[in-house]
Write a protein that binds this ligand. Structure first.
Ligand code: FAD
Length: 477
């Protein structure tokens, strides 16, 4: 009898899980599952305490779902990456594993770890099989004529759509109950030695089935208006599925398949090319592929060589004001409070707040990247790094350095009545829809006091300085 081990990592699902599916192909084999938790890895990536709790709860559900298939999920905690490699090797030897199946992760240290595991197992004649199961298209296959990653998103998108239109996305058949004899001697997953923080389970319900339900709800109720509504952060018009993608509870392939079922468009090509929601999924794809090509991005390194010419400000006071949502810019502050309370932030707000930190406070984007990761429930190395390098204009595909989001204009445009601001800064509730975007101005004119911080910097002055600094940094090369 053959024994296969599925090593779960960032793929806590049963459906469309290539590693799991491939391990189960031979119906006669015994299938075991394993999850190895490495707190040091989470610390390195600044994983948030909300995400930690979300992963723990998701693992408990996954374990139950796997049980129904007769697959027992083992759990182990290793203090370091090296120890985890040793543990997996020992585990495979002890359980007489013939084949190891896993889905790839693209971070620098994760790649190194996988290479070492494969090498070690080979010594014991254990075969390893890796799969790409978190993207629509296999990373590394969309490349320019030089064999590199496209540096322009638009070119990547074109190629991606071309492949998507040619390729038939298929759902992997539902797994059948396996013949494995279950070891129920240690059923519970021990509480992680990593802090937990509560999150809203109404907004982020746990488990694969709940995620699929949430996806279907979005596609039925919000998808049609997504293009018009997606930027208005008080409308709650986006899918809020990022947390499920980030730990692989949901695959983008499933999104496409269900989308297809709901909307059988006759002009499919046009639909795929113009659909804003698909565009966001392709942005996700872009950053995943980028990390695959350049794993060093997970170590906060850049691909451009002029960033070293920027002298970042080391102003702790301003950084803390930004973190706490006390900058005196209501849109920035309400967004940061949303992040701190909920562990999630709307995409436009992520752009406005990150632009402010990097271009107006001139604080190193790495500080922002780290802080976002430490608070986000959907923290994702590829997307977070991609987003921060994009906004800081230091990535492969960037916003031009001279495009700096104006918080006041953004606020007036996308939160016209101040609904969002007032939700997170109740002190501003008594201000009118016009005043709420700029309370310091209101203070000056009416002499009435609102308990709200003064602006920590002037937008126009800091913008001028940023333009000079970025221009100089690029020209100095
Ligand atoms: P929807 O609007 O419903 O979009 C559907 C899916 O498309 C998302 O779930 C996400 O997987 C993907 N997507 C949407 N917008 C983007 C984008 N701009 N770039 C790449 N993929 C996108 N997303 C994360 O999942 N984790 C992060 O750590 C993260 N950090 C970010 C940091 C910065 C500075 C910026 C500007 C963006 C970041 N994003 C991150 C991308 C984006 O903000 C979130 O994916 C999105 O807000 C999640 O909400 P949603 O699921 O409702 O998205």
């Amino acid at each position: 009898m053959i024994t296969n081990l599925v090593w779960f990592r960032n793929d806590l699902r049963i459906r469309d899980n290539l590693a799991l599916y491939s391990a189960c192909k031979n119906e006669k084999s015994i299938i075991l599952g394993l999850f190895v938790f490495v707190p040091a890895q989470w610390k390195f990536h600044s994983i948030s305490y909300k995400k930690s709790k979300f992963i723990y709860n998701s693992l408990v559900i996954l374990k139950k779902d796997l049980m129904k298939l007769n697959i027992f999920l083992y759990f182990h905690e290793s203090t370091t990456f090296l120890q985890s490699i040793k543990y997996i090797t020992e585990f495979c030897k002890k359980k007489k594993i013939d084949n190891l199946y896993y889905n790839y992760e693209y971070g620098f240290f994760e790649k190194q770890r996988d290479i070492l595991v494969e090498k070690k197992l080979k010594n014991y004649k254990i075969s390893s099989y890796g799969f790409h199961s978190s993207t629509l298209i296999t990373p590394g296959t969309i490349k320019n004529i030089k064999g590199n990653m496209y540096s322009k998103y638009s070119n990547f998108k074109k190629k991606c759509i071309l492949i998507l239109l040619q390729k038939k996305l298929v759902s992997l058949t539902i797994l059948k109950r396996q013949n494995t004899i279950i070891d129920t001697s240690h059923f519970h997953i021990p509480i992680f030695k990593f802090p937990f923080e509560k999150f809203n389970t109404q907004i982020f319900p746990i488990g694969e089935l709940k995620a699929i339900k949430k996806l279907k709800f979005f596609l039925k109720r919000k998808f049609n208006d997504y293009d018009i509504n997606r930027n208005y952060f008080s409308l709650n018009s986006t899918s809020m599925l990022s947390v499920y993608f980030s730990i692989g509870i949901l695959s983008p392939i499933r999104c496409f398949l269900i989308l297809h079922k709901y909307y059988s468009y006759t002009k499919y090509k046009k639909f795929v090319e113009n659909c804003s929601w698909i565009n966001e999924l392709i942005w996700r794809e872009f950053f995943k592929h980028l990390l695959y090509f350049y794993p060093k991005l997970s170590k906060q390194q850049v691909l451009c060589d002029w960033e070293k010419n920027i002298k970042w400000e080391k102003n702790k006071k301003n950084l803390n004001a930004w973190k706490k949502g006390e900058t005196g810019f209501p849109i920035i502050d309400s967004a940061m409070k949303q992040l701190n309370q909920m562990g999630w932030m709307h995409n436009r707000l992520r752009m406005i707040t990150s632009s402010f930190l990097v271009k107006n406070l001139l604080i190193n984007w790495r500080e922002g990247e780290k802080y976002f990761m430490s608070k986000l429930i959907d923290g994702d190395t590829a997307l977070n790094n991609g987003g921060w390098q994009w906004i800081a204009s230091v990535g492969l595909n960037n916003i031009p350095y001279f495009r700096i989001f104006n918080p006041l204009l953004q606020s007036k445009k996308f939160d016209k009545n101040g609904t969002f601001i007032k939700k997170y800064i109740p002190e501003l509730k008594k201000l009118s829809a016009i005043e709420v975007h700029n309370p310091s101005l209101w203070n000056k004119e009416t002499k009435k006091i609102v308990k709200y911080p003064k602006k920590i910097v002037s937008f126009s002055e800091t913008k001028k300085i940023a333009l000079k600094i970025f221009k100089f940094a690029k020209c100095k090369l």
